[in-house]
Design a protein around this ligand. Structure first.
Ligand code: S3P
Length: 427
């Protein structure tokens, strides 16, 4: 598609769709709980629809009508051995969290996904789950899909995760729901805590001490109402757009404001962005805020260490932001980018270079020199099938002089099906 370029202003207010991480977990815990769960402001993106599809195949009655989902929880022992393969599509969160749940079920299941999932390491969850007693096999010793799982009686473990990954932590904690005893996970840095918050919302108990989270199994969960806040990872595209497109003012309403996710706001503030955060409040267990951003003069920053898990999904759009900041921005400690939907170090660098950015890849991040005007002479950029690369490029085009065409634009539907309509509404 031809992208809007050389945009003179972006102005208005939007409410971004529901949070992807929270939407997945609401369906999963709703399925495991006893009784009905009603989810509001659910994200009807392709990834979360994959989660619904997998749980239907496990025998759970789930009705989805736009952003409202009703899950008839099956309670302990209620999931059924699936007759068809469980297809997680493009969704790493579905794959890894589902593996944690399947590990505790006394039946067999096959898990597959798309070409991107087939390249993403699953050993980081299959290893601790096998240690707990699950039988998981698959390509290359169980590290890659297709995977075959035979779960059953699990023993509790303490797992010291080498990576700060909410998917790893959540898989082990979800398996811990089905053990008799205390399962715990220690991470090198704190990752997003939506699983912990949501287990509590469903009446379960989780203990947190420093970077260690513990769960005492077995636990009984009760169906509940879940309101899903707007996804700060989706809002991030418009937060950056508001800061870098001339004459802009954008308000993002009802955005999730969970401190394990707000690293993008810290970076914008450190860069000197004109940012206002209003109406901070709690919706169920997740904090929410309205955020307004205006066109700003920006300076370069260093990004690394414990900030990385708090903004890991925002690094593609932060790389674009850094092209418009005065000085050299260094992003380090972000080797995890290599195992996302694409190798996001490579895809960000290759695509932004096409528009004239001064950006180079490093082993664990990137170096970006600014401020660089973006220009294109009939450029063709590519999402590489990665939703966040596609959306970053659409925002990059807004500040590009010349014509820019985006290939594989449909990838954005993974997390933000209405992205292009929302962008148009601000023009
Ligand atoms: C997610 C955790 C993160 C993130 C992903 C969603 C989750 O992955 O990148 O988009 O919902 O738990 P890791 O846990 O692998 O860092």
């Amino acid at each position: 598609m031809q992208l809007p370029t050389n945009v003179s202003a972006l102005r208005g207010a939007i409410e971004v769709p529901g949070d992807k991480s929270v939407s997945h977990r609401a369906v999963m815990l709703g399925a495991l709980a006893s009784g009905r769960t009603v989810i509001e402001h659910f994200l009807p993106g392709a990834d979360c629809l994959s989660t619904i599809d997998c749980f239907r195949k496990l025998g759970v009655d789930i009705r989805q009508d736009g952003t409202t989902v009703v899950v008839e929880g099956v309670g302990p022992g209620g999931l059924r051995e699936p007759a068809a393969v469980l297809d997680v599509g493009n969704s790493g969160t579905t794959a890894r969290l589902l593996l944690g749940i399947l590990a505790g079920q006394p039946f067999h299941a096959c898990l597959v996904g798309d070409e991107s999932i087939a390249r993403r390491p699953m050993g980081r969850v299959t290893k601790p789950l096998c240690e707990m007693g699950a039988h998981i096999d698959g390509r290359e010793g169980g590290n890659y899909t297709p995977l075959s799982v035979r779960g059953g009686a699990l023993r509790p473990i303490h797992y010291a995760s080498p990576v700060a990954s909410a998917q790893v932590k959540s898989a082990v904690l979800l398996a811990g729901l089905f053990t008799d005893g205390v399962t715990s996970v220690t991470e090198p840095h704190r990752s997003r805590d939506h699983t912990e918050r949501m287990i509590r919302l469903f009446g379960g108990g989780v203990d947190v001490a420093g970077f260690t989270v513990s769960i005492a199994g077995p636990q009984r969960l009760e169906g509940t109402r879940v309101y899903v806040p707007g996804d700060i990872s989706s809002a991030a595209f418009f937060l950056v757009a508001g800061a870098i497109v001339p004459n802009s003012e954008i308000t993002l309403k009802n955005v999730g404001f969970n401190p394990t996710r707000t690293g993008i706001l810290d970076v914008l503030a450190q860069m000197g962005a004109d940012l206002a955060i209003d109406n901070v409040r709690n919706e169920e267990t997740e904090p929410v805020a309205d955020i307004t951003v205006r066109t700003s003069t920006l300076r370069a920053v260093d990004i690394g260490g414990d900030l990385i898990p708090r903004l890991i999904d925002e690094i593609p759009i932060i790389a674009l932001l850094a092209t418009q900041a005065e000085g050299t921005t260094v992003i380090r400690d972000a080797a995890e980018l290599k195992v996302k939907e694409t190798n996001r170090i490579d895809t960000v660098v290759a695509e932004l270079k096409k528009l004239g950015a001064d950006i180079e890849a490093t082993d664990d991040g990137m170096i970006i020199r600014g401020k660089t005007p973006l220009v294109a002479d009939d450029a063709v950029v590519d999402s590489h099938g990665d939703h966040r690369i596609g959306m970053m490029l659409a925002i990059a085009a807004c500040i590009t002089k010349g014509r820019v065409r985006l290939n594989r634009k449909e990838a954005v539907a993974v997390s933000y099906p209405t992205f292009f309509a929302d962008l148009r509404s601000l023009l």
